[in-house]
Design a protein around this ligand. Structure first.
Ligand SMILES: [Zn+2]
Ligand SMILES: [Zn+2]
Length: 411
């Protein structure tokens, strides 16, 4: 029989062994958990912008705006980014709020110089100014290139709208001259005839973009078809179902088509008069069951429905209306949804974005401003300045010290 001392030692040895064992076990489970977490991240349905190189035969499409004309935090208005394995990037529509989503894609603005506008509703081009001027400030030194339809009269065309946008920003442009380099302020507009069917408007670097007429609100709207490397992408912008879409988007790999909020939701949630709701949702736009019918006719590898508020309480209704007329693959788009398209597979994921993003440093050296270009202040306004020279000296000294310069506080 053990004496008390032996029992005491035995008891503590037992505790020590147990602690060591538990510690080993814990260590082991930490590394196992880390492995598990890493593999879950690598295999998860999450896309982290800026972390994935496209394969040379791969197309990636990111939803930058999938909502409605009214702004909301969760969904910007219409915009889709198409990135190709050859390095090309294209923006289709630039609806209000979408520039913010574009900024989260971790793409240098040098490469964001091509915008295709399907029609001139604010929810399809309301953030053109943000892409244009934001691009200049992020050092896009090449002109912004914009493609858009003409109208039934000059004042209803894309060129007219862009010229007026430039006029609207006269003060903005003048204010920046001499303060930042404004080389990228130039805009190249390619306006094409909205009535031309299967109209080749872009043909560079193995990428062809065609337009077909769309039927929406007034004469002028178009839909786009992009072809590259045996892949075919179609984007309706806004349209009522039409014969050109049916003919030219057959068997495409991915078909993004408007699927407007149905009349019942417009009446219930926004108190629209029922006849207005019926007219807008089913005559001006394509309602969900109509969207389904369109997709049943063209049979894409992936149908993408957008242009509705996609929430927990609306998605089931919209999907059930689509399913009345279509039983193929479908994505109910929301902002930051991503499709990776190859001939073998279409992968659908959501992005995880960094809200604290800064514009990425440009690929080209940022040119300094020429102070001689400065428009400057009138004597009256300049005379109102209260100059804290000793405070400014802190910033000049700090800058000179950090960057090896020798600038003096202006007199
Ligand atoms: Zn529209
Ligand atoms: Zn729209």
């Amino acid at each position: 029989m053990k004496n008390k001392k032996q029992i005491f030692i035995g008891f503590f040895s037992g505790i020590a062994i147990t602690i060591t064992f538990l510690a080993l076990l814990a260590n082991n489970s930490v590394s196992k958990n880390e492995d598990l977490i890493t593999s879950q991240i690598l295999n998860s349905n999450v896309y982290y912008p800026g972390t994935e190189e496209l394969a040379s035969d791969e197309m990636r499409i990111v939803a930058l705006g999938t909502g409605m004309p009214n702004a909301r935090p969760k969904q910007a208005a219409a915009s889709f980014l198409v990135e190709l394995g050859n390095g090309d990037k294209f923006i289709f529509d630039a609806g209000t709020g979408s520039a913010e989503r574009l900024s989260a894609q971790m793409i240098v603005y040098d490469k964001l110089d091509k915008v295709f506008i399907g029609h001139l509703h604010a929810d399809h081009f309301g953030d053109l100014d943000a892409i244009w001027i934001g691009g200049v400030l992020a050092n896009r030194q090449v002109p912004l290139r914009i493609w858009g339809p003409n109208g039934s009269q000059e004042s209803l065309g894309t060129k007219y709208a862009v010229d007026r946008m430039k006029e609207m920003y006269s003060w903005d442009w003048a204010s920046r001259q001499g303060n930042v380099n404004t080389q990228g302020f130039e805009i190249d507009v390619t306006e094409f005839d909205y009535r031309t069917v299967n109209n080749l408007i872009y043909d560079e670097n193995g990428v062809q973009i065609y337009t077909i007429p769309a039927i929406h609100a007034l004469d002028g709207p178009v839909s786009f078809i992009l072809k590259w490397n045996g892949l075919k992408f179609a984007f309706s912008s806004d349209t009522y179902p039409n014969k050109w879409w049916m003919e030219y988007t057959q068997d495409c790999d991915i078909a993004i088509h408007e699927c407007f909020a149905p009349p019942s939701l417009l009446v219930k949630n926004q108190k629209w008069p029922p006849l207005d709701a019926l007219n807008v949702a089913t005559q001006v736009h394509t309602a969900p069951a109509m969207f389904g019918k369109v997709m049943s006719d063209i049979k894409p590898r992936m149908a993408v429905a957008y242009h509705f508020f996609n929430d927990f309480d609306t998605a089931p209704q919209i999907l059930s209306e689509i399913r009345q007329t279509y039983d193929g693959p479908v994505s109910l788009a929301t902002d930051y949804m991503v499709w990776n398209v190859t001939k073998e597979e279409i992968k659908v994921r959501m992005s995880s974005i960094n809200e604290d993003i800064w514009p990425l440093p440009s690929l080209t050296e940022k040119l300094p401003a020429d102070p001689n270009d400065r428009v400057g202040f009138s004597k009256y306004i300049a005379g109102g300045r209260v100059v804290y020279n000793s405070v400014l000296k802190f910033y000049y000294d700090q800058t000179n010290k950090m960057f090896g310069t020798d600038y003096k506080v202006p007199e």
